[in-house]
Design a protein around this ligand. Structure first.
Ligand code: PBG
Length: 332
């Protein structure tokens, strides 16, 4: 066979051929929509840095959940935005706190069709904006540090309240050491044996979370580099995943997605549990902003960005475009 007879272009010659030989496909069931619910909101309120994404009221959440179920996506990830915050994030463990109320609404509206997931982290509820509780520290330049063990106690309580509210899957996004083990133990101890854990296992300290800060009215001063991972580290992503699997995670995640496809591919090659990836707020905002300026073909860029995340090995993608993509996929 002459080299000239090997022509990769043959399989690119028509739309039907390209569709048939595609190695990766998007499907509505592989998409999860992150949603924001704000205490005291009277209707959906736009988020400036995330055009098309809103902070829901409990009432507008209902319709949006029904729409998500109708579109056939796999699930929703809920974030609460409370009116009041304090040092320990009390709103997170209040059974009538905004996130727990929203969970009940979502489960009642479409809990049979969607996997209802909740962010298990304190940052939306603390007045300092950190993912845990603080303690004084003489070795830290700020004079304080995030107290790992005290934070685990708060996560334990939060897990029980979220499970009690009906959350199907707890999204542990705080990056405290040992958080998966502690939450698993608390759930088992209280009889919540079917409440699943999604460990944000390899979560990096990222500038791409920028727009999310607006979405949750964050009060954070400083950064999260003492608990979230350093962008320089690839191997460490595998360590974080390994630990979370040992501690009892049902699903592990890499976050952000687009700038960490190498980490995602590593994890996908070795994980014994499902691997998800979170296409975060900044990834969304960049494409929306470029498209709004006419600098990029919006739909093609969205498709390509999500497809790349799946191609790298994600079984499921959390993306703010989940609904739009699902509706488009069902039409095509
Ligand atoms: C923590 C959390 C964050 C995001 C999801 N969960 C913020 C952070 O870690 O700073 C960011 C998601 C996004 O940017 O879309 N509760």
């Amino acid at each position: 066979m002459s080299q000239r007879s090997i022509r990769p272009r043959r399989l690119r010659s028509s739309p039907a051929m390209r569709r048939l030989v595609a190695e990766t496909r998007l499907h509505p069931a592989d998409l999860v929509l992150p949603m924001f619910v704000r205490e005291g909101a009277t209707g959906p309120e736009p988020i400036g840095s995330m055009p098309g994404v809103v902070q829901h009221s409990l009432d507008s959440l209902k319709g949006a959940i029904a729409q998500a179920a109708e579109a056939g996506i796999g699930g929703v990830m809920l974030f609460g935005v409370p009116l009041e915050k304090d040092a320990i994030g009390s709103g997170a463990t209040d059974p009538d706190g905004i996130l727990n109320l929203a969970t009940r609404v979502a489960v009642e509206e479409a809990g049979g069709a969607l996997v209802v997931q909740t962010d298990l982290c304190l940052d939306e509820f603390t007045d300092h904006g950190h993912c845990g509780v603080l303690r004084a520290s003489t070795s830290s330049a700020t004079g304080y540090e995030v107290d790992n063990e005290a934070t685990l106690e708060r996560y334990r309580e939060m897990a029980l309240v979220q499970a009690e509210s009906g959350s199907h899957l707890l999204g542990l996004s705080g990056m405290m050491d040992g958080q998966t083990a502690v939450v698993r133990e608390a759930l088992e101890g209280a009889g919540f044996v079917d409440t699943a854990i999604l460990a944000y296992a390899a979560k990096y300290a990222s500038a791409y979370y920028g727009p999310f800060r607006e979405a949750v009215n964050s009060s954070l001063v400083g950064d999260r580099r003492s608990y979230q991972m350093d962008a320089a580290n690839r191997r460490e992503g595998s360590l974080e995943v390994e630990l979370d699997i040992i501690e009892g995670a049902d699903v592990v995640m890499v976050k952000p997605a687009g700038s960490y496809l190498d980490v995602l591919a590593d994890v996908a090659a070795t994980s014994t549990v499902p691997v998800w990836a979170y296409q975060v707020s900044g990834e969304y905002a960049m494409i929306e902003a470029a498209a709004a300026n006419g600098w990029i073909d919006r739909e093609r860029a969205i498709d390509e960005s999500v497809l790349a995340i799946k191609r790298a090995g994600a079984d499921v993608v959390l993306t703010y475009w989940a609904l739009e993509l699902a509706e488009r996929l069902r039409r095509s």
